[in-house]
Design a protein around this ligand. Structure first.
Ligand SMILES: [Zn+2]
Length: 442
């Protein structure tokens, strides 16, 4: 088997630990074989092919723990007026003008664009949540075919909800269950997850059914949770308790749960999330977009909750999302010491992998997947072990990625995405958006 040595200026193999200057990675097939000083690797693997990247830092690739790939179709969509809050955002805009109109062709076009965008951003693993009630059955397989072709590691799900009808809700749960089974049978980089929407679009019976189907398959379950004040108010008035307490009451919380957003959660809810081992994904920029508030991320981390990072299909520049995750809490808590850069890097890599259930992603160590980034080091001030996390978080961007590797395969090399006609991909998504917008109010 062919072994490749990747020798960078510095190796930051595990973002919880200090980086190693002068270290590299040995890669065989889709996995990391060894990490060691350059000279050691050359001695241990004398027949290996060598890639010198001494103007780059090698880091684990990013994990986007919450995406809506179809979201790109709504970027710039004409609106008569801005939605007046989170509920009107869904009811008057997002559901009727976007999700309810999606077709398989448009979903495929958006998926292709999303994959291109993720590769450019150094994201090699992602979780996606598709809501398109009139595009099932079969919508997830449409996405999967594109994702497989692009070579990224995708966990795909359909956001089942009873908001259209009970029958449509059941069809959504079935879409997930069948897709999980299908991916398990066929292997590869694409897998499935169970997913339902929220407490305000799904009944208790429906939520139990989602968890049953997931448990039968040993799969995780995702839901949106308290993205704004609407859901806590709904649960308090309907069930006399806040959403996390309601889920606890239903007996469904555990390490198999991925809850996205968690913006409006109070201290008692954070305690339950931590105690139950629920994974949380945080989307700082889309929280701003919908006026949802500030997620208590430092508080959740302090309580021991595993918090990952996602783009939410909004602004998909992962460096910007990381900066938002680092900077917004400093302003909110009036404390520049919270959310150090290394913590944000950890959320963007290994926390994301844990949240999605991967045990061999997010760190560069023997036996782990060879998912990595080559990030250029040409910042204007010296790059050192003490400042690497800050330098890379604050002053790097997708344009500074020299290489992106997923499962041992280069997806971006010398700054160019491999095997994609970028203009053709953009042309298809632009056409899809144009047709979607024809039904909007402009
Ligand atoms: Zn979302």
């Amino acid at each position: 088997m062919a072994t490749t040595l990747l020798l960078g200026a510095m190796l930051w193999a595990d973002t919880m630990k200090p980086p190693h200057p002068g270290w590299g990675v040995a890669i065989e097939d889709d996995r990391v074989l060894a990490t060691a000083p350059h000279a050691q690797l050359r001695t241990d693997f004398p027949d290996a092919s060598v890639i010198e990247a001494t103007d780059c830092v090698v880091t684990p690739a990013f994990v986007n723990a919450h995406h809506h790939m179809y979201g790109v179709l709504a970027h710039g969509i004409p609106l008569e007026k801005a939605p007046a809050g989170f509920w009107p955002f869904l009811k008057e805009f997002w559901w009727p003008l976007v999700e309810d109109r999606l077709t398989h062709d448009w979903i495929a076009a958006a998926t292709d664009w999303a994959c291109l965008e993720m590769v450019r951003n150094g994201i090699t693993t992602f979780y996606d949540c598709l809501e398109a009630p009139y595009a099932i059955p079969g919508a997830l397989e449409v996405e999967a075919q594109v994702v497989r072709r692009r070579g990224v590691r995708g966990v795909l799900s359909f956001e089942a909800t009873e908001r259209v009808s009970a029958e449509n809700g059941a069809l959504g749960l079935r879409e997930n269950a069948d897709f999980i089974d299908h991916c398990r049978a066929h292997g590869g980089l694409v897998s499935g997850m169970m997913c339902f929407h929220t407490t305000f679009t799904c009944s208790a019976d429906f939520i139990h059914r989602a968890f049953e189907l997931a448990a039968e398959r040993g799969a995780r379950t995702h839901m949106h949770l308290s993205e704004g004040t609407y859901e806590p108010e709904y649960c308090l008035s309907r069930y006399g308790m806040r959403p996390v307490a309601y889920y606890e009451h239903l007996g469904v919380l555990g390490q198999h749960v991925l809850a996205s957003q968690c913006v409006q959660v109070d201290a008692a809810e954070i305690e339950i999330l931590a105690r139950r081992g629920v994974h949380v994904s945080h989307q700082p920029l889309s929280n701003c977009e919908v006026g949802g508030g500030f997620a208590p991320v430092p508080e959740m981390l302090e309580a021991g909750v595993n918090v990952a990072l996602g783009t939410d299909g909004y602004m998909n520049n992962f460096f910007e999302v990381m900066r938002a995750a680092a900077l917004i809490p400093k302003a909110r808590l009036q404390d520049p010491g919270v959310m150090p850069a290394s913590v944000v890097w950890t959320m963007a890599t290994q926390n994301g992998a844990r949240a999605l259930g991967f045990t061999d992603v997010g760190i560069l160590a023997p036996g782990y997947q060879a998912d990595l980034l080559l990030i250029t080091t040409d910042v204007p001030t010296p790059l050192a072990t003490h400042n690497l996390a800050d330098q890379l978080l604050l002053w790097r961007n997708p344009s500074h990625l020299r290489g992106v590797m997923c499962a041992g395969r280069w997806l971006l090399c010398d700054g160019k995405v491999i095997g994609m006609d970028e203009n053709a991909v953009r042309g298809r998504v632009e056409e899809a958006a144009r047709r979607l917008w024809e039904g909007s109010i402009a």
